[in-house]
Ligand binder design. Structure first.
Ligand code: FES
Length: 115
């Protein structure tokens, strides 16, 4: 008899920190489900992208933010924190994650594989 393995994907919401732990204009890196994620609070709204710059691994959470664009602290490639897309035409991009606020906590939505 043939056995089948079914794989389905679900979005998982994970609470990462309290809203007051990241003030407007600040950013921080948090490890979530084995990934290093950079969180940004821009005018009270939270954004999350992969923290690791695809060029040589700079920490995007330590970059300078102007508007919705973060500059990598190492060689200054720029990424839109809303989408993860590079904004300087170099073809680089990083994963972006949906966030939400509930009961005073910031949550991130991540895709989880279930076998
Ligand atoms: S490591 Fe980010 S621009 Fe080089």
């Amino acid at each position: 008899m043939r056995q089948e393995t079914r794989i389905s994907e679900h979005d998982e919401e994970i609470a990462v920190f309290r809203v007051e732990d990241l003030a407007p204009g600040q950013s921080r890196m948090v490890r979530v489900a084995g990934k290093r994620v950079a969180f940004f609070n821009i005018a009270g709204k939270f954004y999350a992208i992969n923290n690791v710059c695809p060029h040589q691994g700079g920490s995007l959470a330590k970059g300078r933010v102007k508007g919705y664009v973060v500059s990598c602290p190492w060689h200054h490639l720029q990424f839109d924190v809303r989408t993860g897309f590079g904004t300087d035409g170099g073809g680089y991009c990083v994963a972006s994650y949906e966030t939400c606020v509930r009961d005073g906590f910031v949550y991130i939505k991540m895709r989880r594989q279930v076998k």
